[in-house]
Design a protein around this ligand. Sequence first.
Ligand code: PBG
Length: 333
Amino acid sequence: MDPTLGRYPTSRMRRTRSTDNIRRLVAETRLGPQDFIWPLFIKDGEALREPVASMPGVERLSVDQVADEARRAEDLGIPAIALFPMTDPAKKDATGSEALNPDNLVCRATRAVRDACPEMVILCDAALDPYTDHGHDGVLREGKILNDETVELLKRQAVLQAEAGCDTISPSDMMDGRIGAIRAALDAAGHQEVRIISYAAKYASAFYGPFREAVGSAAALVGDKRTYQMDPANTDEALREVAKDLDEGADMVMVKPGMPYLDIVRRVKDAFGAPTYAYHVSGEYAMLMGAIENGWLDRERTILETLLCFKRAGADGVLTYFAREAAEILTRR
Ligand code: PBG
């Protein structure tokens, strides 16, 4: 291309920004309800909706309410929800054995959503942290998180969740080798059609704080998760994590947290071309809501711009606590 062709005053970049119609015509990225995965917190109870203090607008819901929310998601065109249980502390122990109870909260919620919305994509985390009394994602012994013993439990947890109606297992634990092991376990149990969305590049992040309050694992957590979650300093390592997970059979991959890690999203999408998702995590939600509630940021514009940026960076979708509100705004327009 002759660069002088594009030189001012012959060329004026503002011509394609001058009206709403032309802007819509040249937009490279679009955002819609189909881009969202909506996370929901579940708690034991009946007709319960309990606010999460550090996440204004987010509530813990009893199983009956979760089914209602899933119907709402479906009406709004949101294709997927992710379920996170707040386990009664009395049911927590060192190995997270409640994870293997086929009637635990997440399995009951999954069955309720599956009944209410047969077509809904349902994500269930494979990880032990909602169930362990020390708050870690794996089995803790003598100060160490045991990789292979944890993977054995995750396999069984994933099969139980699939049996409850979960169609998309989301291993969020960051143990080595868990994707291949979970894939083999699902297949052996006849669940060849159940997908795996791997939290492949999951960082040891300060931005998970409000989530840990929401599921009640914050108070329990002993130490930090840096021996299994990734160091925020690294990117090449993220590519190796994603390569391994895809090789082991992951159908989709996730990068987490979201906005501070868009460089990782871009590299992962460019390198593998796999379905790639970003988790806009609880701390990011809390930051934005803090500013929005103070009147420092415009609510709707901030929400939509934030979510659009994930798509521009290469994400095929976003797991976000704003899913419902963003879908409402977008369907109103
Ligand atoms: C647990 C899990 C966490 C999140 C999702 N699954 C927390 C953690 O790893 O400590 C965080 C999500 C968020 O902050 O919104 N394995």
